[in-house]
Design a protein. Structure first.
Length: 513
């Protein structure tokens, strides 16, 4: 790839960051985001990081956020903002765009550039790249592993490429427990391709023996990031063992009926999604293009060296989709692990017509590509704009409602002129989950008590200025002397905000002046 072509993926990645940096703080914090952000605060403030397999994921996201916080001048979680922490997944996707766009030697120059562009405007990637979750980092690491493995030459047993690929898989393993699904899909794709192209494989037993040292290097390269990160840089040796336990914990969680979705969950969201008045979300044009790219990858018109990576991605994507669809527990951001391969295959489908078709076919294909791009850009704007926290959005999953920000604003407004010692807040929820993401929004306060009950005889002295409670605890019926407001936390989940009468009257009188 010449120098001019190398600048195109860089320009696409920079444009992606510039455009999406404007919307990085628009959406309220999801409770999962807030939970992970507070856990990062322990690391940032010097209390260290310890992997917890009970409902939490790997450490790469937290350690990757440290440089972002330092660059922003934040030395504690109180001075971190949504933009600070969400810049990490945004940067990960930008690096993914750059990486994919520079893989012309593997998948073809036009395919690589188109894949980079499609990733930059893809609705799922644009939406989840401003989400403080592990998936964007995991997809980046897997893509880097794929790129490294694609450079491997069978007759070069001492090549660094396979150990390098194993290192990136190790980073994926240190990101989230679902790396096992990725590894399984890679294994299946490798087995299928080995069977399909067994006549082209000429490795003797002596050749395989020469790979024994490389196998050792692969194992070490994989274990290096896993051990280093899960052990919190050798300060918590139970971490790697906990990571193994986390795999079983994740398997148990995947079968929870409370969060079960039908097997067609991902397919429905990608092909056609409309649950109420509003826009229709669909990715079917890209799926059709991906099918074309897959068919082209298995036709002999293209040299085998160029077809093999695309064949691998096609099998890899199908296996992952089958596994994720078979697991009852589903969250929409998991689709990123499949979608990156689909985007590359879509690019290959467009490239096949743009380079090999007749002139009129190229014109039609170019018009279709423009139409798809316009549709993706418009759909991404809707997804990250008006519908960024709306359940009609197929990529929204039990998201925090905008109304919760009104609760937070009310507390801040009433306590603006009072010291924290006079502003005690009690957050009483029937489950810990219903308290999130309030710990994030009140991260700069030290006068908060979180509890999961409110007994009939519970009358703290002095009475807190604010009480935030779930309706089922009936705090508003058990305690007098408060003005109550109702705020939406998540769809069909509400919080009561109680303001002590004297503080409410003082605030109201001051407001009326």
């Amino acid at each position: 790839m010449n120098h001019a072509l190398k600048l195109i993926p860089l320009a696409i990645a920079l444009a992606f960051v510039i455009v999406n940096a404007r919307i990085i703080s628009v959406r309220p914090m999801h409770h999962d985001e807030a939970n992970q952000a507070i856990r990062f605060g322990d690391l940032l403030e010097g209390r260290g990081y310890r992997y917890d397999p009970q409902g939490h994921h790997g450490p790469t996201l937290y350690y990757a956020t440290l440089p972002a916080a330092r660059l922003a001048g934040a030395h504690d979680i109180a001075h971190c903002t949504e933009a600070t922490i969400r810049s990490v997944p945004l940067a990960a996707t930008a690096l993914l765009i750059l990486l994919v766009g520079c893989q012309g030697a593997i998948i073809g120059q036009l395919t690589a550039i188109l894949a980079a562009a499609l990733t930059a405007i893809s609705t799922p990637f644009v939406f989840y790249s401003t989400y403080y979750i592990q998936e964007p980092l995991m997809v980046l690491f897997v893509a880097a592993a794929f790129a490294a493995a694609a450079h491997w030459q069978p007759l070069q047993p001492r090549s660094i490429w396979l150990p390098l690929a194993a290192f990136f898989i190790g980073l994926a393993a240190a990101s989230k427990e679902t790396w096992l699904i990725t590894a399984f899909a890679m294994f299946c794709a490798s087995v299928v391709l080995t069977i399909l192209h067994r006549r082209d494989i000429h490795l003797s037993r002596n050749d395989l023996k020469r790979y024994i040292p490389t196998l050792s290097a692969i194992i070490i390269a994989f274990l290096l990031p896993v051990v280093v990160l899960y052990s919190s840089f050798f300060t918590n040796w139970s971490g790697p063992l906990d990571a193994i336990h986390g795999l079983f914990q994740g398997a148990a969680q995947s079968s929870q009926e409370d969060f079960a979705q039908p097997w067609i969950y991902f397919i429905q969201r990608l092909i056609w999604h409309k649950t109420a008045p509003g826009p229709i979300w669909t990715e079917w044009p890209l799926i059709v293009a991906a099918i074309v790219g897959t068919v082209a990858a298995f036709l002999p018109k293209i040299p085998l060296k160029k077809r093999l990576p695309l064949q691998f991605l096609a099998i890899y994507a199908v296996v992952q989709l089958i596994v994720y669809s078979a697991i009852p527990y589903k969250t929409p951001w998991c689709i990123l692990n499949v979608w990156q391969s689909v985007l590359i295959l879509s690019a290959a489908g467009f490239a096949a017509f743009l380079t090999n078709g007749k002139p009129w076919g190229r014109i039609i294909c170019a018009c279709a590509l423009i139409a798809v791009s316009v549709h993706q850009i418009r759909q991404s704007q809707q997804t990250c704009g008006r519908y960024c926290a709306d359940q009609r959005n197929p990529y929204v999953y039990s998201h925090t409602q905008r109304d919760l920000l009104n609760l937070v604003a009310r507390v801040r407004e009433i306590t603006l002129d009072k010291p924290q010692s006079d502003n005690a807040i009690v957050v009483a929820t029937s489950s810990h989950q219903d308290a999130w993401p309030l710990p994030w929004y009140f991260r700069d306060r030290s006068d908060i008590e979180y509890r999961t009950d409110w007994p009939d005889d519970f009358t703290p002295v002095p009475l807190p200025v604010f009480i935030v409670a779930t309706p089922d605890l009936e705090v508003d019926l058990k305690l007098d002397g408060y003005v109550w407001e109702t705020h939406s936390l998540r769809p069909n989940v509400f919080l009561f905000l109680g303001v002590r009468q004297d503080r409410w009257d003082a605030w109201l009188a001051n407001k009326m002046k």
